[in-house]
Design a protein around this ligand. Structure first.
Ligand SMILES: Cc1cc2nc3c(=O)[nH]c(=O)nc-3n(C[C@H](O)[C@H](O)[C@H](O)COP(=O)(O)OP(=O)(O)OC[C@H]3O[C@@H](n4cnc5c(N)ncnc54)[C@H](O)[C@@H]3O)c2cc1C
Length: 647
């Protein structure tokens, strides 16, 4: 039987990481130059890792699909990044950040990983300030903080509504310095198509030059995957159009486990879907819940009047408004975690209180904040978000409440990694949103940037050395080795097969069909029946895709339709993994809500005795069902409880 070793160090929780760092193997400076590390991805995780490994003296090859590392999806992050600095003196600490994250993830994350994350959070802020990241400051010049969901303290550092962009510019400048020094070689507009495994170890990648269409081979003593999340399996999501799960599927098919695929996050504050031809959803940052209050009409007739345009939200008096989050969760109010806020919005809309033409929207109202603070202050805090909303919806949110509805936003599941961020393939590591991460079944707001930068700046640069120290005698391998040739040929054959189908369906139409199945049957509420339907429908979509997709153009030149087709083929695989994982997990936890399993007041009902594990899916071959392996989650330091945000 395969046993899963998460390699968690012994000892007290707060000493595990220091113990690890003082006992791991190191690589001396002269040897570092002789070791090649491939880093795939230039988002916050990939760019910070490539820059740090370059700074240490390794020879780094860094890949991304965009024309500049700066265009990675991380640039879209709006609200902020968490750290346990306790600048507000409001009771924060490393332990509290650790505790909030474990609880926020509904007790489905590893204690040791999460504690390490909380420990290094403060160093991230210092690192970024040193790079010149322009975090917001208070009048006195100190760094400012705001609050995010699932916390009762203010620990979120931010740069207006553009935190991801500013952090990425910081990481990019560190990366550019290493490129300039010759330690990092950048490969922009290259898409990884496969990992090359030689004698059980990752030794390189196959990548397609997206400009020329040429498929090429690259050697590395180790390979790091930082390719982001797979939320676009739902077609409509807040992720960038290019975000994809392909590298995760490629390494899964080569033997890396895919962990907790069904843990996907639905964000409560997005601009509602407004038409059939839409290909993207827009996030309204969670930071808005600091000052915005969420409500729907108390009476169904008012909701109906608003839906039909007979009344405006501003016509309703205070008594006629139901601030349902404040009513249901007095202790956390509008700042409950995302899974809780999303389900509460769905519950109100399903019960007939939704607004907007479709009835699938709730209000996010700033009138109180504007009266209390003045419009100028609100504008200072969220100006760019208000502007974005007005441009998309053509409504002025300073005057009329915003309309919002939940949408797919983030994936907690991903490539399984141990404490060292190494996958089940030796020498293959994964960082950032691409790995199954430290967020359990639900990520708290502002914790993805923290995790991506923790992995890249402060964790991987240590842990990868523990592996590379044993590789110093391994010479650079030739990419003429048969394993490289076979992997390249398999990819060329796959592309030829796709191009030769010449069917009738566009790639997008199939992606959209998959997305609808995912949203309807593997979305915010899942049941045994809906998941059975999903698995059946996804198999049909796969068959249709591989027999009827049409890809115009040629394979040996720039071809965005071919790029999309390769990604959609992988989204179909991921969709199936999500459905089977959700089907297997007969409990509700965090973002995974099985409607059969809920408490009397509609909260997620966990079964710790049966499901306190990380589900690790192992590939068993084309058209075979994957095998489920389980990594038990032992809670040594925190007593698990039913999550409570009411009192
Ligand atoms: C609208 C929005 C707002 C958000 N706001 C916040 C926030 O305020 N705070 C927070 O903590 N989190 C936020 N998040 C989440 C956070 O932005 C992401 O989780 C995080 O940026 C992911 O970083 P990453 O480096 O792991 O991946 P990404 O930034 O997605 O980068 C992936 C990289 O991999 C490359 N790549 C992908 N596939 C391939 C391939 N096959 N070959 C080669 N290269 C490849 C891409 O080119 C890119 O460089 C937000 C998310 C969204 C969608």
């Amino acid at each position: 039987m395969t046993t899963i070793n998460s390699k968690i160090p012994q000892g007290p929780l707060s000493e595990k990481w220091s113990y690890y760092k003082s006992h791991q193997k190191l690589v001396n400076p002269a040897n570092k130059r002789r070791l090649d590390v491939i880093v795939v991805g230039t988002g916050l995780a990939g760019a910070s890792a490539a820059a740090s490994l370059g700074e240490l003296g390794f020879n780094v090859l860094n890949f991304c699909i965009q024309d500049s590392p700066r265009r990675a999806h991380s640039i879209a992050a709006q609200g902020g990044i968490n750290a346990a600095k306790n600048y507000q003196n409001d009771g924060d600490s490393v332990y509290r950040l650790f505790y909030d994250t474990i609880k926020g993830g509904d007790y489905r994350a590893r204690e040791a990983n999460v504690h390490r994350l909380a420990e290094v959070s403060n160093s991230i802020i210092d690192q970024c300030v040193a790079q010149g990241v322009p975090f917001a400051r208070e009048y006195g010049g100190l760094l400012d903080n705001r609050s995010f969901g699932g916390a009762q303290v203010s620990r979120t550092f931010y740069a207006k509504g553009q935190t991801g962009q500013q952090l990425l510019l910081g990481a990019y400048s560190a990366l550019s310095r290493q490129v300039n020094q010759g330690n990092v070689k950048m490969y922009t507009r290259y898409e990884m198509l496969d990992v090359v495994v030689i004698e059980g170890r990752a030794r390189g990648i196959i990548a397609r030059n997206l400009v020329t269409g040429k498929v090429e081979r690259f050697f590395g003593h180790a390979v790091v995957i930082g390719t982001g999340g797979y939320g676009n399996a739902f077609f409509l999501s807040t992720n960038a159009m290019g975000s994809n799960g392909s590298a995760a599927v490629q390494v899964y098919k080569k033997g890396a486990y895919f962990a907790n695929p069904c843990f996907a996050q639905i964000h409560p504050t997005c601009i509602p879907v407004h038409g059939e031809f839409q290909s993207k959803l827009t996030l309204m940052s969670e930071s808005l819940r600091n000052d915005g209050r969420i409500w729907v009409p108390k009476k169904k007739e008012d909701a109906e009047a608003i839906r039909t345009g007979k009344k405006k939200p501003t016509d309703l008096s205070e008594e006629d408004r139901d601030y349902y989050l404040e009513r249901r969760y007095p202790a956390f109010g509008n700042l409950v975690p995302r899974d809780v806020a999303s389900r509460a919005a769905k519950e109100r809309c399903d019960a007939g209180f939704g607004v907007g033409a479709s009835g699938l929207a709730v209000y996010l109202d700033f009138s109180d904040a504007i009266n209390r603070l003045g419009q100028a202050t609100v504008e200072e805090r969220y100006g760019n978000l208000f502007q974005m909303y007005e441009k998309i919806v053509d409504d002025n949110p300073y005057k009329t409440p915003m309309m919002i509805y939940p949408a797919i936003h983030y994936t907690m599941g991903g490539i399984w990694v141990d404490y060292e961020l190494q996958t089940s393939i030796q020498g293959l590591f994964s960082i950032g949103e691409a790995n199954f991460s430290d967020h359990g079944a639900n990520r708290l707001g502002a914790s993805a940037l923290m995790q991506g930068l923790a992995d890249g700046y402060f964790v991987l640069p240590y842990t990868i050395q523990n592996y590379l120290a044993d590789q110093i005698r391994v010479p650079r391998m030739s990419t003429d080795l048969p394993e490289f040739a076979e992997a390249e040929k398999a990819m060329e054959d796959k592309i030829k097969k796709l191009m030769s189908i010449k069917g009738k369906r566009s790639v997008d139409s199939l992606h959209k069909e998959l997305g609808l199945v995912m949203w309807d049957f593997v979305g915010m509420g899942r049941t045994k029946e809906s998941l059975e339907t999903a698995m059946k429908r996804i198999k049909e979509i796969k068959k249709e895709f591989w027999s009827n997709v049409r890809i115009p153009g040629e394979a040996d030149s720039m071809n965005p339709e071919l790029e999309k087709a390769l990604r959609v083929a992988d989204f179909i695989e991921i969709g199936y993994l999500m459905a089977i994982d959700a089907y297997n997990r007969e409990e509700s936890c965090g973002g995974h809500f099985r409607e059969e399993y809920q408490t009397e007041d509609g909260e997620a009902l966990r079964f710790d005795d049966k499901y306190s594990y990380v589900s690790c899916w192992k590939y068993k071959g084309e058209d075979q069902e994957p095998e489920l392996l389980k990594e038990p989650l032992d809670y040594e330091f925190i007593a698990r409880q039913q999550r409570n945000y009411k009192a």
